[in-house]
Ligand binder design. Structure first.
Ligand SMILES: CC(C)(COP(=O)(O)OP(=O)(O)OC[C@H]1O[C@@H](n2cnc3c(N)ncnc32)[C@H](O)[C@@H]1OP(=O)(O)O)[C@@H](O)C(=O)NCCC(=O)NCCS
Length: 190
């Protein structure tokens, strides 16, 4: 499927999009804006980050392509950057955890993650050898919940987050998981 080696940049194509390892050159005001946007950060259970371009650059440089991956999502037609797909792996147990964002709001609810998600799950399970993928939902995020269900993730536990609050109330965090066997079984059944 791929001859990708640990430490190398990644590139994955879908029908309408391509995802590739984010570079410092990709950091601009648009990308920065996603980190400082209240609606987008609410989806992660956070307040706006109040980052500068330098903070965004440091964030991008913190990914190493060994255990931490940060991919930009680009529209094939015009190379427009519309979001990112990040994941962090734990080599001890081959598990990984991801975080996704469609920062360009005109691209939200246009089926981007519905399209990109299965390609990335295939890549992570089959090319990268991940065994277990963990998904977290902080607070109420019905769209991500729907996506997890669509991809076959199972809810393991919901519990209050130890630090986070939203509107003065403790925020709940839900943990979902998807195993490699379950993913392959679902692909076979399709
Ligand atoms: C949440 C997010 C990643 C979803 O990605 P997306 O590409 O917009 O999602 P899709 O368009 O593939 O939609 C998935 C499903 O949710 C539905 N949906 C998407 N946005 C919706 C909205 N605003 N209201 C109602 N339904 C919505 C879609 O209709 C689709 O349903 P279907 O499977 O029945 O067709 C994206 O909106 C986003 O980045 N939001 C802000 C940041 C965030 O919350 N990140 C996740 C943190 S865990």
């Amino acid at each position: 499927m791929t001859n990708w080696q640990l430490g190398e940049p990644l590139r994955i194509e879908t029908e309408r999009f391509y995802l590739r390892t984010f570079t410092p050159e990709d950091v601009n005001e648009t990308y920065l804006g996603w980190w400082n946007d209240a609606d987008i950060q609410r989806g992660f259970g956070h307040q706006p980050c109040n980052w500068t371009l330098d903070d965004a650059l440091k964030h991008v440089k913190s990914f190493d392509n060994f255990s931490q991956f940060h991919l930009g999502i680009f529209v094939k037609e015009n190379d427009h950057l519309i979001g990112y797909y990040s994941f962090i792996t734990n080599p001890d147990d081959n598990s990984s955890e991801s975080s996704v964002c469609i920062g360009e709001k005109e691209w939200q609810n246009k089926g981007v993650i519905s399209e990109v998600g299965p390609h990335m799950l295939n890549y992570r399970f089959n090319a990268m050898g991940h065994y277990l993928i963990v998904g977290k939902i902080v607070g109420d995020n019905p769209v991500i919940k729907k996506l997890y269900k669509k991809f076959g993730f199972k809810l393991v536990i919901t519990k209050p987050h130890k630090d986070l609050q939203q509107d003065g109330q403790p925020v709940e965090i839900s943990y979902y998981t998807l195993t490699c066997e379950e993913w392959r079984r679902r692909q076979k059944d399709k």
